[in-house]
Design a binder for this molecule. Structure first.
Ligand SMILES: Cc1cc2nc3c(=O)[nH]c(=O)nc-3n(C[C@H](O)[C@H](O)[C@H](O)COP(=O)(O)OP(=O)(O)OC[C@H]3O[C@@H](n4cnc5c(N)ncnc54)[C@H](O)[C@@H]3O)c2cc1C
Length: 309
């Protein structure tokens, strides 16, 4: 019930100003975001890798409105990729990029700017010995993002895609992307989408998620099962067995700070588990989407806001 208002609030400047006055170290923010700097990101990455997990790093920022901001985002990715390489972490840590953060929405040239910027990041990732995954944003960007993915994969076939099970179109997109070498992250979807394009009921989204997993697990690609839902995790395991997939020919992905015990349990059982680690100053939109998924965290959030610790 609270999901929609919280997602709407994520677009409100007034609330944003109030909330972002909180330091990143305050309880609720820190639970989901380890810090704002490259050093914070590298430190969190090292800790996770030491405990047997893999990482994908997301430099927070979306809806970039000018060229300079897009360039600054690219520079942040180049910086963190160099740091991962320097610290010997690149084998187990990649980066996730939102195309809106690197220029996709900058008018008529937006797609070209985003493609050029994504290419620069893919180059740096390859030089560092790792990969890039393109996050998926709201449904108005899906075609554009998949188009840019297709272009990037001509030179960087290792680039990961993300598909959202709540969209009606996604089962068909899974079929298109289940080819050899194709890395596909399947998530439920985090945006506020209309019923013309997306399933609205939880159980419908879950059923779609299972149909999509079936396609990806039976296909030739590399499925990345991004969910904290215990039922989805169990079904993924069963589908891997049914399709004779060895551990490591697919992976589980979860968000930093969510079900960390389950992340370790799966890794200890021999599964490949990757943790999505967001960092940077622009944590507001990300935090609001996480609260929308778990409104029971709201009281914790309000307490953090009031005490401003
Ligand atoms: C690695 C990764 C990458 C993602 N990338 C994208 C992307 O590119 N685009 C996109 O639209 N979405 C993305 N998402 C978000 C995703 O779409 C969902 O919004 C989110 O993962 C919640 O869905 P769920 O599958 O975990 O299931 P849910 O049914 O929402 O949750 C299942 C259980 O997980 C736990 N849980 C879930 N969320 C929270 C929370 N915020 N706090 C505490 N516990 C929680 C609870 O125990 C809950 O009962 C990503 C998710 C992951 C894990």
């Amino acid at each position: 019930m609270l999901r929609q208002p919280l997602l709407l609030l994520s677009r409100s400047d007034k609330v944003k100003n109030l909330v972002t006055a909180m330091p990143v170290s305050s309880g609720i923010v820190h639970r989901y975001v380890p810090g704002e700097s490259t050093d914070d990101a590298v430190e969190a990455t090292r800790r996770l890798i030491d405990s047997g997990l893999h990482v994908t790093l997301d430099f927070l920022g979306e809806d970039t409105l000018d060229r300079e901001q897009a360039d600054a985002t690219v520079a942040a990715y180049l910086d963190v990729l160099a740091a991962l390489s320097e610290h010997g972490l690149a084998r187990n840590a990649e980066v996730s990029v939102k195309l809106s953060a690197v220029g996709q929405a900058l008018g008529e040239d937006g797609e070209k700017i985003a493609l050029d910027n994504a290419r620069t990041i893919c180059h740096a990732a390859r030089n560092a010995g790792t990969t890039v995954t393109l996050d998926m944003e709201d449904h108005t960007t899906t075609d554009s993002t998949l188009g840019i993915l297709r272009e990037l994969r001509k030179d960087f076939p290792e680039t990961g895609a993300v598909l959202q099970a709540y969209l009606h179109r996604t089962e068909a997109d899974c079929r298109d992307l289940a080819y050899e070498g194709s890395r596909v992250r399947l998530c439920k979807g985090a945006y506020n989408e209309p019923e013309s394009v997306a399933f609205q009921e939880r159980h419908e989204v879950d059923k779609s998620y299972v149909r999509c997993m079936k396609v990806l697990m039976a296909g030739q690609g590399y499925p990345m099962i991004a969910s904290h839902d215990p039922r989805m995790v169990d079904i993924a395991g069963a589908l891997a067995t049914r399709n004779n997939r060895a551990q490591g020919s697919y992976e589980f992905q979860m968000l930093y700070g969510i079900r960390p015990d389950e992340q370790r349990r799966l890794a200890e059982a021999g599964e490949k588990v990757r943790v999505y680690v967001p960092y940077g100053q622009e944590w507001y939109g990300y935090l609001m989407r996480r609260l929308a998924e778990r409104p029971s965290n709201l009281s914790f959030f309000v307490k953090s806001l009031v005490s401003k610790k």
